[in-house]
Design a protein. Structure first.
Length: 568
């Protein structure tokens, strides 16, 4: 793995995408069949083909314990090393100490040899699985000979390579040695395994890759457009318009033997939705569909917070099935039997989708209704449709070009989403924390509060959405304005904060955007924000100008009213 590690270090050291691609390509070209498969996957950050649903299941603790056992690292030195990089691979890797007694019998860690050991770790099961995993980690570590090698082996194991390499760049590198470079992206979407694609590209057999059902395809995403007085984005080409559902994005893979429901994070969440699995069984043959799960009762879409009760439930009690009925609203078809549809224009994909769904019980699995948008649609027309979508309990609109292919993993201009910010809140920063990864050295995570009488009540926490320069400046300011220990001591309790949070003078006002407000026991304000984001610093405002708990309650009430739900 030394060559792999050196390649990674070189990739990390250059900002040029072309150079990164060339480095990956040059390295992959040197490898034999088994190694090219494994190494191509390592570059994507996941050592296993997605279709296999394997996961390493080895936590940071196991890696640390194994490294400590192999290389005798002391805790204090490790803490310092971790603080310096914020990365377990870099922190542990530097302690590599090749054990001399192994001598000639040392294993050489090639990409395929490492792969075999990783498979053993992932497949360890039963009572002694944990012990077995740890022994295997030790075995991998004992085969590492230099810090750089160990660093990157551990990075593969933690799933965080962090060398500025997106899957797209690895694909470009593989395309470099394919006869038809265009076939590579398509093959990757079909096969769900970059290792298999790299090997097929090498042997010029890309067209023989089969559709890998139950290996998720990256989702196509929509770009936001602003709610306004004109929609210049929509003047050229033909568009369809449909509701933007506020639910859970799902890609359903249906084959006679199995049904998977992949979430945005590409995890299979089928166990949480038995009624959807049941309904999808009625579909003929095999298919991969894209859509959104919403909670729906008596034909009306329920707000997202109802759906929350269904998230991550493995055993769904009959009561819950009745209380929060769900529907999968499908808006795309990606594959039907052995036919891959991604390259067809959307209009055709929708026709095919309607044909498949004709077999489903539409109360549980239905096609998303859509209408064609007339050419040069006036803003009033758009706004009428927007309001109609809100009336139906949905979030806004999505516009899709009818001639567009499905581009996995891209936030392109073929899908546009229109929603309206509820409101923003001006909040006071009361505590800060170090970030992770690149932000381990700066105070980039803020806990903020609204006014509650003469006091402050915490309402949320967000990673900074500020620029690097702003974060650096704010870090210096916060360092200089920590609360003195006696004041801090009292404030921890009053604000119900954790000890690792650094309390600061409550002077900085930040503007926070969010998706919705929820009632919550978590924070002293009694509310929490869903998806809070720091929009900007408000140096023009003083803490006494910040928003109040009453204002939060008001926005919350307006939200319930608009949803027509009342406070249930
Ligand atoms: P946002 O979460 O605001 O970035 O919006 C993107 C999300 O909108 C996607 O990930 C989908 O989950 C969701 N979405 C809702 N309705 C649709 C639709 N009709 N077409 C595509 N995506 C949709």
């Amino acid at each position: 793995m030394i060559a792999f590690a050196r390649t990674c270090a070189a990739i990390a050291a250059t900002a040029s995408k072309l150079e990164k691609i060339a480095l990956v390509g040059d390295y992959l070209r040197t490898l034999d069949d088994a190694d090219v498969q494994a190494a191509a996957r390592y570059f994507t950050g996941n050592p296993f083909p997605q279709a296999q649903e394997r996961s390493l299941a080895v936590g940071g603790r196991t890696l640390i314990d194994a490294a400590v056992a192999m290389w005798g690292i002391d805790d204090a030195a490790l803490a310092v090393a971790y603080r310096a990089s914020g990365d377990l691979g870099a922190a542990l890797g530097q302690f590599v100490r090749p054990s001399p007694d192994l001598g000639l019998f040392r294993e050489t860690l090639t990409p395929s040899r490492l792969y075999a050991l990783l498979v053993e770790i992932a497949d360890a099961a039963g009572k002694s699985a944990q012990k077995r995993r740890r022994i295997l980690c030790e075995r991998i570590f004992s085969a590492c000979t230099e810090p750089l090698e160990a660093t990157y082996v551990i990075k593969i194991m933690t799933g965080e390579l962090r060398i500025g390499l997106r899957e797209g760049l690895v694909l470009d590198a593989v395309a470099g040695f394919a006869r038809d470079p265009r076939a590579v992206r398509r093959a990757a979407a079909i096969a769900g395994d970059l290792g298999a694609v790299a090997l097929a590209a090498k042997h010029d057999t890309l067209d023989q890759l089969a559709i890998a059902y139950h290996a998720p395809i990256a989702f196509m995403l929509a770009s936001p457009i602003a709610y306004g007085s004109e929609y210049t984005e929509l003047v050229s080409s033909a568009w369809l318009v449909e509701d933007k559902y506020d639910g859970i994005r799902i890609q359903a893979h249906v084959t006679p033997r199995r049904i998977s429901l992949f979430s945005r994070t590409l995890n299979d969440v089928a166990a949480s939705y038995p009624e959807l699995v049941e309904a999808l069984r009625a579909l003929p043959g095999s298919c991969a569909l894209d859509g959104e799960i919403v909670a729906i009762r008596d034909g009306r879409v329920l707000p997202f917070r109802f759906l929350q009760a269904r998230l991550q439930r493995k055993d769904v009690a009959p009561d819950l099935l009745r209380e929060v009925p769900v529907r999968l609203i499908c808006f795309d078809a990606l594959a039907l039997d052995e036919e891959f549809l991604l390259d067809l224009p959307l209009a055709e994909r929708r026709t095919r989708l309607a044909e498949v769904l004709a077999h489903a019980d539409e109360r549980t699995v239905a096609a998303a209704p859509w209408t064609a948008l007339e050419e040069r649609a006036a803003a009033e027309t758009v706004h009428e449709r927007f309001e109609a979508s809100r009336e139906r309990g949905n979030e806004g609109l999505v516009f899709k070009r009818t001639d567009s292919p499905y581009t996995p993993g891209r936030r392109g201009k073929s899908w546009l989403k229109l929603k309206r910010e509820l409101a923003t809140l001006d909040c006071v920063v009361v505590a800060v924390e170090r970030g992770h990864g690149k932000r381990v050295g700066v105070l980039s995570d803020y806990t903020f509060a609204v006014r509650a009488g003469d006091d402050l009540a915490v309402i949320g926490k967000a990673y900074s959405g500020l620029t690097n320069v702003e974060i650096a400046e704010m870090t210096a300011w916060f360092e200089a304005h920590r609360l003195p220990p006696d004041e801090a001591h009292a404030s921890y309790r009053r604000l119900a904060l954790k000890r690792r949070e650094i309390l600061v003078e409550p002077s900085i006002v930040v503007e926070i955007a969010f998706d919705i407000i929820q009632r919550s026991e978590l924070h002293a304000s009694g509310f929490a924000l869903r998806f809070p984001r720091i929009v900007r610093l408000r140096p023009d405002k003083r803490p006494q100008d910040a928003d109040t708990v009453e204002r939060v309650a008001e926005i919350y009430a307006e939200m319930l009213e608009r949803e027509g739900m009342g406070d249930r």
